[in-house]
Design a protein around this ligand. Structure first.
Ligand code: NA7
Length: 542
């Protein structure tokens, strides 16, 4: 295909990860001119940036892929249950080549501002390298976990050794050999890189603020026969994923944890522990995320496991988590707790004695001499990537200003925002995406948005905007569901509490991806109920 070289497009997409690439493909197939701007020097988004040792997806690879092309499903083979970053990035590149996507992507180009023009009903875009462009539709595909959270410790700039954030890992190989390494952070990312770094480093010091529940991932290679059968049954698998709570083709056992005897519960949890899927433990019973008493039964099980695995009782005690299980994203690992049995690994509790300062030779309070610090300290999730762009709607107010006013996030379906016509957010805040398999949510949003744009074009509608009432309704429903669970009781990136100054509030829709899809489809079927429109011919809002 010929690259689209002008500056006026039908649609501009921010980001060339899984969501931006599929959006480009869909809109181009529908005959639109599209330009994608990508901050990275290559495509891949999350899988371009996160190259730290041990990085893998926590969703099984056969479910963490596109499902829109049967041909693609037949062509691609995953090598193991949990694909590592290089394999996922190879897949993304394969898709980009297969569908000839690169010619419409501007790499190394950040969108810094997107302003809606009330006269032309178009979005004017500015990029970091001085480019200007405009489009009728502005679609954000910026990911949910793409702005690293780099803690601002006093003296951090004076550290003389190597310092990395896992979400901005260098492309060159980083050697740990002979080095005294410190890792800050013990969640999904920390638990992946810690066992690998420990194997090579002279000494590894782990700075832990909140101990985590983690279960073994039981990763293993896939064989050909398994892949063949999976692809053969993919239509059914796809339906089950789309209809599910978290975007995987399984659901929780339809029983309360409190109905089983402790002995039976033990067997149930043991089987889930052996199973190794991200949600196996949570799906043991149907009330673990809503009933505090039920949740306690599973946290007891985890604490017992940690005591069994970790030989030093003092270290094991430091590793005991106490928040409600799965109120943070569950963690699965390869030898995480076992790593604490190594002689070259030590654990420092920074909850009781927080990191105060980093000096030229290492960190902290009690002085630890380090050659390298690895920050596995997470991300400014969901709203962070959107706020990196100055997005201003009809009235000139920015998205940041709107959501910071009264510290109240408001969207319609997590896709649209009142006062921001023709702005579509893929996996935006208040949508389900991050609670499970991102790929199912990404495909659903991309397809819903492209259907919506087709509807606008065929009905000669210039602009579509969520109404304030629809937005209020969705935000209320969103909040009620979050409040009916235990999630709001725990501080986490889901709650925005990992970022200093960020308003506390749950960020993702917890009603389930299947229910959510039905709601979105119903709204579309009712001629986009909850949106107001401006028609092409007369400026009539109805
Ligand atoms: P997370 O889940 O946000 O974890 C970040 C970790 O870093 C967590 O253990 C934090 O402790 C710790 N942290 C953050 N700031 C500090 C400071 N200042 N001092 C000490 N420790 C700190 O990020 P991940 O990258 O692991 O995972 C993000 C998602 O990526 C994950 O949910 C999957 O979806 C994939 P805290 O718990 O805040 O006390």
């Amino acid at each position: 295909k010929q690259a689209n070289r002008g500056t006026n497009f039908d649609a501009i997409v921010a980001g060339a990860g899984f969501s931006g690439l599929y959006m480009l493909h869909r809109l181009r197939e529908a005959g639109l001119s599209v330009r994608v701007f990508e901050a990275g020097d290559d495509i891949g988004g999350t899988w371009y940036w996160n190259r730290y040792p041990g990085v893998r997806c926590d969703i099984e690879s056969i479910y963490y892929n596109y499902t829109f092309s049967e041909e693609l499903l037949h062509e691609w083979t995953w090598s193991s249950r949990y694909a590592d970053q290089p394999e996922i990035l190879r897949y993304i590149n394969y898709v980009a080549d297969k569908f000839d996507l690169r010619c419409d992507i501007e790499l190394g180009t950040k969108i810094i501002a997107a302003h809606y023009d009330n006269q032309t009903h178009r979005w004017n875009i500015q990029t970091s390298n001085g480019m200007q462009a405009s489009a009728k539709y502005f679609i954000t595909a910026v990911g949910c976990l793409s702005v690293p959270n780099m803690p601002k410790f006093k003296g951090i700039d004076t550290f003389q050794g190597e310092m990395y954030h896992t979400g901005r890992w260098p492309h060159e190989k980083v050697s740990f050999a002979g080095k005294r390494v410190g890792v800050i952070g013990t969640s999904s990312t920390g638990s992946q890189c810690i066992p690998i770094i420990a194997q090579e480093a002279k000494h590894l010091t782990i700075f832990q603020r909140t101990p985590q529940y983690s279960a073994p991932a039981k990763n293993h290679p896939y064989n050909r026969e398994f892949m063949r059968k999976t692809v053969e049954n993919y239509e059914e698998i796809k339906e089950r994923m789309r209809d599910s709570m978290h975007g995987v083709p399984f659901h929780a056992r339809d029983q309360s944890a409190l109905q089983d005897s402790p002995e039976v519960r033990e067997l149930v949890y043991e089987a889930a522990w052996e199973d190794g899927r991200l949600l196996s433990m949570l799906y043991s019973y149907n009330d673990l995320l809503v009933e505090a008493k039920a949740n306690e039964t599973i946290t007891d099980f985890f604490r017992c496991k940690i005591r069994q695995i970790v030989r030093d009782p003092e270290v094991a005690t430091k590793l005991m988590p106490s928040f409600y299980y799965a109120t943070k994203r569950p963690v699965i690992d390869n030898n995480y707790f076992e790593t604490f049995n190594r002689d070259n690994v030590s654990l420092v509790d920074v909850r009781s004695a927080p990191i105060e300062e980093i000096t030229s030779t290492g960190t902290v309070e009690a002085m630890y001499d380090l050659d390298m610090i690895v920050c596995a300290t997470g991300f400014d999730a969901m709203t962070g990537p959107l706020f990196k762009m100055d997005i201003r709607g009809k009235s000139g107010i920015s998205l940041k200003e709107k959501w910071e006013e009264g510290a109240r996030l408001r969207t319609y379906l997590g896709i649209a925002v009142a006062d921001f016509p023709n702005l579509f957010m893929i996996t935006g805040p208040q949508s389900p995406s991050v609670i499970g398999n991102m790929l199912v949510s990404i495909e659903q949003h991309v397809e819903w948005i492209s259907d919506c744009i087709e509807y606008l074009r065929s009905n000669e509608i210039e602009a579509l905007e969520a109404t304030v009432e629809a937005e209020e309704g969705w935000s209320k429903h969103f909040q009620e569901i979050a409040n009916s669970t235990l999630v709001t009781k725990t501080n986490s990136w889901y709650m925005g509490t990992n970022i200093v100054g960020k308003p506390r509030g749950f960020l993702a829709y917890l009603g389930g991806v299947g229910n959510y899809r039905q709601i979105c489809d119903r709204i579309a079927a009712k001629d986009y109920e909850g949106f107001s429109v401006i028609s092409t011919n007369e400026e009539k809002i109805y």
